[in-house]
Design a protein around this ligand. Structure first.
Ligand code: SF4
Length: 304
């Protein structure tokens, strides 16, 4: 289903360049483990680390579950900022605010209307209003300070027998790598420390002979609770946090080991459930779309 607001040629060109599929282009499903063109993405890796059983449901059995409201929100935000940055990269300036807000609204409506979304406690209308405030703030306050060199840039490398792929939101003219996030609340320092994507990106650059430790990696975190406060006329909490990635050589070594183990595990077809009893706080009806299918659901520590 094409986006109704796709009438601006700059937006059409950018969505094609970024292969966003908003104009009706069919995006085919990813290859499965064992297929010759199989690759392991950052999202897949995160799912394997969170719960291998969940990975099996999604990527081996090919079962899709309705996305959460947060995912619909994040995708609409991602599409809008990527298109705006791509237009900025091509033309030197971004889209007018009106076009940005229309693009976000259309993208959000498209995502919200497509499937039986797991909204949970979220009100879709309120969520969309927050998104309009956030994306308007981001594209008027932050985007004009960035000179984009690469948008939605893909890095690939091989690890053992497995092809790895990482897509990065943005690289600027000074080679700063930027990952654009949306979050319910402000990130703590710990949140910036536990992200994997910079390590994966650095690995992909290492294999190209780059010197990753000399690169700068930033997160632009767009905070929904701050937008909510703004809408309610309360306070002036900052809506965007700009945080550097917190990396260490020890963390890099640990991540590399995790990657290697996960790649071997997928190849061997080993997908044990990681239940709440084994410390997975995301093993719950709210956070796992496979809850009703999985024998691991509700496995709690006795006495807790
Ligand atoms: S219900 Fe728990 S164990 Fe089962 S797939 Fe979901 S997270 Fe994993």
């Amino acid at each position: 289903m094409p986006i109704s607001g796709l009438s601006d040629k700059r937006i059409i060109d950018a969505t094609k360049a970024l292969r966003l599929g908003l104009d009706g282009e069919v995006i085919v499903d990813r290859p499965k483990p064992g297929d010759p063109d199989f690759y392991l993405s950052h999202t897949q890796l995160n799912m394997m680390l969170r719960c291998p059983k969940q990975y099996q449901f999604r990527y081996v059995d090919g079962r899709r579950v309705p996305p959460s409201g947060a995912l619909v929100f994040g995708k609409a935000f991602d599409v809008t900022t990527s298109v705006d940055y791509e237009v900025r990269r091509e033309a030197g300036e971004g889209l007018p605010q009106e076009a940005v807000l229309d693009l976000f609204s259309d993208s959000f409506d498209r995502g919200a209307g497509e499937e039986d979304i797991r909204w949970g406690d979220e009100d879709p209308g309120a969520m969309k209003d927050e998104g309009v405030v956030l994306v308007g703030n981001y594209t008027s306050e932050v985007s004009p300070t960035v000179q984009p060199k690469l948008v939605q840039h893909e890095g690939k490398f091989r690890l053992g027998a497995v092809e790895m792929k990482v897509v990065i939101d943005l690289v600027d003219q000074q080679n700063t790598v930027i990952d654009i996030k949306t979050a319910g609340r402000k990130w703590s320092d710990a949140a910036a420390r536990i992200q994997h994507i910079p390590y994966l990106w650095y690995l992909s650059r290492l294999t190209k002979g780059a010197r990753p430790w000399e690169m700068q990696f930033l997160y632009h975190v767009n905070v929904r609770s701050a937008a909510r406060q703004r809408l309610a006329g309360r306070g002036h909490a900052e809506m965007v946090q700009i945080l550097p990635a917190v990396l260490s050589k020890a963390g890099f070594g640990l991540y590399y080991e995790q990657l290697f183990t996960v790649a071997k595990q997928i190849k061997a077809g080993l997908f044990p459930p990681r239940t709440a009893a084994s410390g997975n706080y995301l093993c719950s009806e709210k956070f796992c779309g496979y809850w009703s299918l999985c024998a691991g659901r509700g496995q709690k520590v006795i006495g807790r």
